[in-house]
Design a protein around this ligand. Structure first.
Ligand SMILES: *Cc1c(COP(=O)(O)O)cnc(C)c1O
Length: 360
């Protein structure tokens, strides 16, 4: 294995090296069967076992109650922006959304195609530098659900605690699923694209409370109805086989390390190192308000865009990759998901200090 760089990419993102090594073997010859993993029928008993294991690992690690289905879907997290309201809204029905960034904005746009949308909170005026404090918004009366994005990948903000409401909660957890313990029973739907914190691109995991499966109007397309996939164990059509398999490997790795409590501690340690480096300097300026800071995507600016470009270029040259901020905000973004090693964060902090000393 050649030396690996530190990959701060926001997604697809770094994966545990042991997962990559195992996957490389299995792609060529799965379990000494003489057939590659990605050549096998999704209806073979071997592949069904792979899917069952990935599902049971999700259930075990997240402590998913029995009255929830776990689905492996395609179309990215972005397809969920439409699937959620298609299945849960309808003419004359209302949903409440919290607008904390680009992904929430995109979801709001889709929801408006299917029903009434109340945007009860927006941090757009302050460049999405924060998430709401509890009580800073009200869920509209009669709402079918409250929708929010737990971690705002582009802006580097994260809900430190989840909203408390009697309404059904729908959450886009694409960039922080499995980064900390949570109580799944408080949610109606949790969904997440795999490519940030769970595996490679191609699969969206949806965790949905069973009673919501029957809410969908009859006239929506088969493939976009949650019940279609729930009734067939995510095998109504060909599922994203490789991605499901790789999610299984990542979750075995995660379980071996100690599960979500350990992930949260490790993520907190990594983020603390970076935020401390930012806060102890006048050269670097964090984008997110301290109370809203993400443990997954750490966003900051330098005094000028020119210095930011120089920073990215010099960091890349020493193997610190993927630090350029999203085009909509600029600056620097260090994405440090579960599988990102602490040594990479230490290296980045050292580089930040050297760069500041040389460019102040
Ligand atoms: C990346 C991301 C998305 C979009 O995911 P796709 O799988 O590319 O559609 C949606 N929501 C959040 C929070 C994300 O980070």
């Amino acid at each position: 294995m050649p030396d690996r760089i530190y990959n701060f990419s926001p997604g697809p993102a770094t994966l545990p090296q042991e997962v990559l090594v195992q996957a490389a073997k299995d792609i060529v010859n799965y379990n000494a069967m003489g057939i590659g993993l990605i050549e096998m029928s999704h209806r073979s008993k071997e592949f069904i076992a792979i899917t069952d294991e990935a599902e049971s690992l999700i259930r075990e690690i997240m402590n998913v109650p029995n009255n929830y289905k776990v689905l492996f879907l395609q179309g990215g997290a972005s397809t969920q922006f439409a699937m959620v309201p298609m299945n849960l809204l309808g003419p004359g029905k209302t949903a409440t959304y919290l607008n904390t960034g680009t992904w929430a904005t995109n979801a709001i746009k889709e929801a408006k195609l299917f029903g009434n949308v109340v945007v009860a909170y927006s941090s757009e005026n302050t460049k999405f530098d924060r998430v709401p404090a509890p009580g800073e918004y009200e869920v509209a009366a009669g709402s079918e659900y409250l929708y929010f994005v737990s971690n705002n990948t582009i802006y580097g903000t994260q809900f430190p605690t989840f909203p408390v409401t009697d309404h059904i909660m729908v959450c886009d957890m694409s960039s922080d699923i499995m980064s900390r313990p949570l109580d799944v029973s408080r949610f109606g739907i949790i969904f997440a694209g795999a490519q940030k914190n769970m595996g490679p691109a191609g699969c969206t995991v949806v965790i949905i409370r069973e009673d919501l499966l029957d809410k969908a109007p009859a006239n929506i397309p088969t493939m976009l109805k949650y019940k279609t996939h729930a009734d067939k164990g995510s095998m109504f059509n060909t599922p994203p086989c490789f991605s499901i398999y790789a999610i299984g490997l990542v979750l075995k790795w995660l379980k071996k390390l100690g599960g979500l409590t350990v992930m949260e501690r490790m993520n907190q340690e990594k983020a603390d190192l970076l935020y401390k480096a930012i806060d102890s300097s006048l050269f670097y300026k964090g984008h997110a308000k301290p109370e809203s800071r993400s443990l997954m995507n750490i966003t900051y600016n330098l005094p000028t865009p020119e210095l930011e470009a120089k920073f990215v270029k010099e960091a890349t040259a020493i193997g610190l990759n993927g630090l350029k901020g999203h085009r909509s905000v600029g600056g620097i973004r260090a994405s440090v998901y579960n599988a990102f090693p602490k040594e990479g964060v230490v290296k980045l902090v050292e580089f930040m200090q050297e760069f500041e000393a040389g460019n102040r």
